[in-house]
Design a protein around this ligand. Structure first.
Ligand SMILES: CC(=O)SCCNC(=O)CCNC(=O)[C@H](O)C(C)(C)COP(=O)(O)OP(=O)(O)OC[C@H]1O[C@@H](n2cnc3c(N)ncnc32)[C@H](O)[C@@H]1OP(=O)(O)O
Length: 214
């Protein structure tokens, strides 16, 4: 029988654990650099190196790291586990809606109140956070994060590892380049080149991801 191991012990780990509990799933425990408090039913098992002592055939991992801008750390945690032969468990909160005609890749997380409409294609390790809306025929590439309350309109494309901030809006058909950061509350009405940081209404560039001003 496979068991779930949570990677991370911070705020996102608690959110995803809440989704797992709501699904009626139990977790063997969590791995993190430091001990936190995830409750008696999810004990601290040690740091990430403990994963190497586990049998990949008996354990599925859950990515417990979120992002507030760059998604790089969240992606790196996921890829370290995959390189070691572990498979990611997907998590869909029972009070999220995922249309049967949407496709979710490995390790995708859809948290409470989120909505994924028909024809959406969501790649591995994507996080669709609380109350986000991913409309019909949207493609979300691997490792991207759609933050709480963000809305992606029909047919838009979200590039690999992009971060779409809290409450941002992306209008229909727009292409968001890989690694871009869309600021909280932005309204994106034009395609965004890879690696851009954009804010405002309409969204304009304020920098290049990891490099400051554009
Ligand atoms: C469950 C969870 O909690 S998930 C967490 C999700 N969190 C998010 O999505 C947060 C998204 N992050 C943001 O919006 C950030 O402000 C970023 C990434 C866009 C910019 O962050 P930084 O690079 O640190 O920029 P910084 O704070 O220095 O601001 C630079 C300028 O942009 C402006 N600015 C920053 N963010 C925004 C924004 N969202 N909207 C409008 N203007 C903004 C600042 O006022 C500042 O303007 P100034 O130069 O005229 O003073």
């Amino acid at each position: 029988m496979t068991e779930l191991i949570l990677l991370g012990g911070g705020g996102h780990a608690r959110s995803v654990l809440a989704a797992l509990r709501a699904q009626g799933q139990s977790v063997r425990g969590y791995l993190a650099p430091d001990r936190g408090d995830l409750g008696a039913d999810c004990p601290y098992l040690g740091d990430d190196d403990v994963l190497a002592t586990m049998d990949a055939a008996e354990v599925l991992f859950v990515n417990g790291l979120g992002s507030a801008a760059s998604t790089a750390a969240r992606r790196a945690l996921y890829e370290r586990a995959v390189v070691r032969g572990f498979r990611a468990a997907g998590v869909v909160h029972p009070r999220a809606f995922v249309d049967p005609a949407a496709r979710l890749g490995a390790g995708v997380q859809v948290l409470a109140g989120a909505f994924v409409n028909a024809g959406a294609v969501v790649a591995e390790n994507v996080l669709i956070n609380s109350g986000a809306i991913v409309e019909h025929d949207v493609t979300v590439s691997a490792h991207a994060h759609i933050s709480p309350g963000a809305v992606i309109a029909g047919g838009a494309h979200i590039g690999e590892g992009a971060h779409v901030g809290l409450g941002a809006r992306v209008i229909q058909g727009i292409i968001i380049g890989s690694g871009s950061v869309i600021g909280a509350g932005a309204v994106v009405i034009d395609d965004i080149p890879a690696g851009s940081v954009v804010v405002g209404v309409p969204a304009t560039a304020i920098g290049v991801q990891g490099k400051g001003p554009a």
